[in-house]
Structures are given as C-alpha cells and as structure tokens.
Design a binder for this molecule. Structure first.
Ligand SMILES: [Ca+2]
Ligand SMILES: [Ca+2]
Ligand SMILES: [Ca+2]
Length: 297
C-alpha cells in the first residue's frame, strides 16, 4: 500500500510537471514577474522559522510564504511577517534553484515599502552562500556571480535586517519565494528502478516519462543523483549510488538524451530527505533524483 502511494506520488509529480508552462505573476507592486517553469518554481516546504523580537502582533504562519504568490491586497492573511531580525528557511522539492540568464531568485514582499532581507542559498541546508540583499526596489537576485556553473540549490534562507522595529508588523512581510532560474526535480524511488543492493534497472516506465519530458525541451542540462539510506557502510552506499546513477544515465543516453549534457553525482547516504531510523524514512532516502535544467550551460 505504501509503495503504491509512493508510486502514485511520483506519477502525480511527473504529470503535474508535464502540464506546467511559463507564467507571469503580479509582483505586488504593480508590475509582473515571468517564471519559465510556472507554478512549480516556488518554495514547497517550510524548513524552519525563527520569529524576530519584537514579533509581529499577528504573524499568519510561515507556511504562508510557500507556493505561488497569492496576496492580492487588503491585508489578506496570505503572507508572514518575519519580525525584527526574524529568519525563515524554505526548501524546493519539485524544482531546484539554478543560475540562468538574468535574475534567478525572486522574493515577493508585500506592502508599499520593500523591507530588506539578507538572502542565502544552500545545496543541502548546511553550508550557506550569501547572495546579497533585497530592498531599495530590488526583489530579484542574479546568483551567477556567487555560484559555480550548473550548481543546483534546494534551500533558501532569508533574514530580516532589522530596519523596522516599530508598529504591529516589524520586519519584512513575505508572500512567496520563487526560483526564476528553476530546474525540474524528479524524485524516483529506488524500489521502482532496482532490486535491493543491485544497480541493474528492472523497471523503466518512470524513467521513460522523464525521457519524454526532457525531449520536450530543446536545450537542457541533466544531473542524475544517486542516494541511499544509511544501512551498510558509507563507502558501499556511495559505490552503489554511483553505479545506479551511471545505470540511469546509460538508460537516458540509450533513449536519445545527449550524453554530454548529463552528469552524475553519487551522494550515497550523505543527503537524506527523511529519517533513517524508520523503515518509511529509509525508503524515501533510497532514491534517484533527476534534475533537468531547461537551458544549455
Ligand atoms: Ca516548487
Ligand atoms: Ca542568473
Ligand atoms: Ca503567500
């Protein structure tokens, strides 16, 4: 039953991704921002929130910063106020942040003034790269000068810079956080691709769907990541994840994806997405992730 659920979840993500196209969103200041991958471009998961001091009278909850910008005015409760010095960390799941031509990250801050925040990005949620400050009319950031080419980031941290201490809503008011430079992120459960401990593909239906998706894009960069749970030695897991990533790359190439556009990464057990102490968590950690950036690098 659990496996069926995960299978359906993967199907859902893939199908949902299929139906996405570029879309324009109101920036809350009378302008518009274009996101090439549309609705999936926005932050998906709340990682942590430390409300500032003083805190807002009403905060409306940090999850209000997830998914597409939805604040339409009239002080609707569709955003969260960080508080003086507050810190918010969010994660992308069905997409990742990457450097494309022009701006890559957009912070939707509501209200007549832009209250500045310092912005950081991270691949794994531990090592953070400072990418500057929004404010003074700038809500968008080009990450190109801060990152190596083709790097992908799954975490964004924003910190209120302590500009506005007074009033009911101290600190920046955030509606949404979106990656203009967005890549598709397909998560495939290893159980649907491989037998336990084995790196020979047994089923390829899900991979074929990913192949079809990549072929819809004229220019692309693909990263195949192998991940395992923490059962067995770290070294063995790294080797297994490398073999599996290579096997998946082989399948993509055999099905017409340009070999030079694909890189593989073996993470082994080093990058879990769930708790390794439960069977359910370990199952989620055993996975292959395929990141597809729709532009040539
Ligand atoms: Ca998303
Ligand atoms: Ca850029
Ligand atoms: Ca919102």
């Amino acid at each position: 039953m659990k496996k069926l659920y995960i299978f359906l979840l993967v199907l859902f993500v893939v199908q949902q991704t299929y139906s996405q196209t570029g879309k324009t969103y109101p920036d809350g200041k009378g302008g518009e921002v274009y996101f090439p991958l549309g609705d999936i471009s926005f932050a998906d998961e709340l990682v942590s929130f430390k409300v500032g001091d003083p805190a807002p009278i009403e905060g409306y909850g940090p999850e209000k910063t997830l998914q597409v910008p939805d604040y339409k005015g009239n002080y609707e409760k569709k955003y969260t106020t960080l508080g003086y010095g507050g810190e918010l960390i969010v994660k992308f799941n069905d997409n990742t942040l990457a450097d494309i031509e022009g701006p890559d990250l957009y912070i939707f801050e509501i209200g007549p003034l832009i209250e500045p925040v310092d912005v950081y990005i991270s691949k794994e949620g531990e090592n953070w790269i400072s990418i500057g400050r929004t404010g003074g009319g700038f809500s968008e950031i080009d990450i190109s000068e801060f990152v190596e080419p083709s790097a992908i980031f799954r975490y964004v941290k924003i910190v209120d810079i302590k500009k506005k201490k007074s009033g009911k809503w101290p600190g920046a008011d955030i509606d949404a956080i979106g990656a203009i430079g967005s890549a598709f992120n397909f998560k495939l459960n290893s159980a649907f691709l491989f037998d336990t401990g084995n790196a020979v593909l047994k089923k390829t239906e899900e991979l074929s769907k990913v192949v079809d998706k990549i072929k819809e894009i004229s220019e692309y960069t693909v990263v195949v990541e192998g991940h395992t749970d923490n059962v067995g030695s770290a070294e063995t897991n790294k080797i297994l994840s490398e073999k599996r990533a290579q096997e998946v790359k082989g399948f993509l190439v055999k099905n017409g994806i340009i070999a030079d556009s694909i890189t593989t990464k073996a993470y082994g057990e080093s990058n879990p997405v769930s708790d390794n102490t439960t069977e359910e968590g370990r199952e989620q950690n055993r996975r292959v992730e395929i990141v597809v950036l729709p532009s040539k690098r």
